[in-house]
Design a protein around this ligand. Sequence first.
Ligand code: AMP
Length: 175
Amino acid sequence: MTIQAIHLRDYIRDVPDFPKPGIVFKDITPLLADGNAFAESVSQLSCHMPNDVDIIVGIESRGFLFGAALAQQLNMGFVPVRKPGKLPADVHHIEYELEYGFDRLEIHRDALKEGTRVVIVDDLLATGGTAAATIKLVEQLGADVVACLFVIELNFLNGRKKLQDVETHSLLAYD
Ligand code: AMP
């Protein structure tokens, strides 16, 4: 039996002009649809986990897929950061600037305790605005962000610069 290496890049589909003209959307659904590739991506993310992490925070919505799978693999808890109006209990929120206008992210106020060591997971790092806002949101609850993990990073958008001094890893970089 031959064991074939899995190249995660082969499972990312470029969709031009989605959701608007000029954007090349990195579609992760082929990766999710392949059991071995999905498992490989979660396994590779787990290799970048620092020590003594208490909980994984995933960013809506594709960050839930990888974040929750990673948490399950490591037997850790998972906390969702969601778009406005989705979380049922008392929320803490942050507003952050987009190219045009503002967006808002929310987390349950009681989801993280002072000093909790958090790893943030999302599918893709683009400009870094979403991840930077999530770092602030988590820190405002008194928790510590020890790392940010992404499956994909768009190098040309320099998102890392916005992530302050937080350790950041991505599995696939695109120039
Ligand atoms: P940003 O805040 O610019 O780093 O954008 C990151 C968020 O937007 C992530 O949650 C991604 O899922 C999504 N995103 C941004 N650009 C793309 C892209 N080209 N393909 C797929 N998702 C994207």
